[in-house]
Write a protein that binds this ligand. Structure first.
Ligand code: PSU
Ligand code: MN
Length: 304
């Protein structure tokens, strides 16, 4: 099974040494941000993980190879591949079978990280229950993945393009712990406070690592969602971002955008409508999540 995975030299060495490793997704690169900011961010996030004393493992499928850790040239090429497939649980095997190139979403990154023995993963925002899901049935496969694959995912909450109360309800039904870091409120990506209380709160990386290990000890499948608030200096007030989100949603509806295209469409429109302000905030929160994920990976590695 493991000959499916292609490890970068840096990740291989970290595995041998038992060093902390943080998985990173690649859909944020190909479908979540425009070029060239996507490449600059991907590199900066890797640098942030290294600066925090852990090893980054950006995950993607390149010409049918499931890569755990990308070299500089590979990351460069992926960031310039707008036609890369967007891979969730449903698409991963087909992309590999075709020898194609694809970027992994939160769901597919969790699957690959788990196969590679990596327990912690940092990203920006997860997919969730879309507004109007009662009619469209659009619920991200990320939620079911969190229910079944034992990886702790650090995100800045979920974007308000989603229906946050419904997203919390589904995660509760699936038995996924949603842990706000250092505050009671559930963060909402660009804003520190969604107006909703997070179901759980933890204040240290060590506590989160202990809970991660205890889930396994208790025989509980699935991971944890750590919702890490954006740093205050990078926050965009809810009142500022709400009308932009409403407009992007209305445009998506008017253009009949559906299925896998919905999230990338909304992200691109929101970046354009805020003239880059939301992109700058997005970059800052991903870096912040990389730091926390590295700290959790350290705590997990300590106790093996
Ligand atoms: N939300 C963001 N930025 C992103 C994504 C979500 O704020 O880049 C990406 C992630 O890769 C996530 C995916 O796993 O979109 C969810 O897509 P969908 O809603 O189609 O499941
Ligand atoms: Mn969807």
């Amino acid at each position: 099974m493991n000959d499916l995975l292609v490890f970068s030299p840096e990740v291989s060495a970290a595995r041998v040494a038992g060093a902390p490793i943080v998985a990173l997704e690649s859909t944020i690169i190909t479908h979540g941000m425009p070029y060239p900011q996507n490449l600059a961010t991907a590199r900066a996030v890797e640098a942030e993980v290294r600066a925090a004393g852990a090893v980054p493992a950006t995950i993607a499928v390149l010409d049918g190879r499931l890569c755990i850790g990308l070299g500089k040239a590979e990351l460069d090429a992926l960031a310039r591949t707008p036609g890369a497939m967007k891979l969730s649980r449903a698409d991963l095997a087909v992309c590999i079978a075709r020898g194609a190139t694809g970027a992994t979403t939160v769901a597919a990154t969790m699957i690959a990280a788990h196969l590679a023995g990596i327990q912690v993963f940092a990203t920006g925002g997860i997919g969730g229950v879309h507004r109007g899901a009662e009619l469209s049935f659009d619920i991200s496969a990320d939620l079911r993945e969190l229910a079944q694959t034992p990886v702790t995912v650090v995100a800045a909450g979920a974007k308000a393009i989603l229906d946050l109360p419904k997203t919390l309800e589904v995660l509760e039904t699936y038995g996924v712990p949603v842990i706000a870091f250092g505050q009671d409120a559930l963060p909402a990506f660009w804003s520190r406070d969604s107006g909703l209380r997070a179901p759980l709160r933890m204040d240290s990386a060590a506590e989160i690592a202990t809970a991660h290990r205890l889930r396994a000890a208790l025989g509980l499948p699935g991971g944890q969602l750590v919702a890490n608030p954006i740093p205050p200096e990078n926050e965009i007030a809810r009142a500022d971002i709400t009308p932009v989100i409403e407009r992007a949603l209305a445009e998506a509806a008017a253009q009949g955008i559906a299925a896998k295209a919905v999230t990338p469409f909304l992200l691109a429109r929101i970046f354009a409508l805020t003239e880059g302000r939301s992109l700058a905030a997005n970059i800052a929160l991903v870096l912040n999540n990389a730091r926390l994920a590295a700290a959790i990976a350290h705590e997990i590695a300590k106790r093996v």
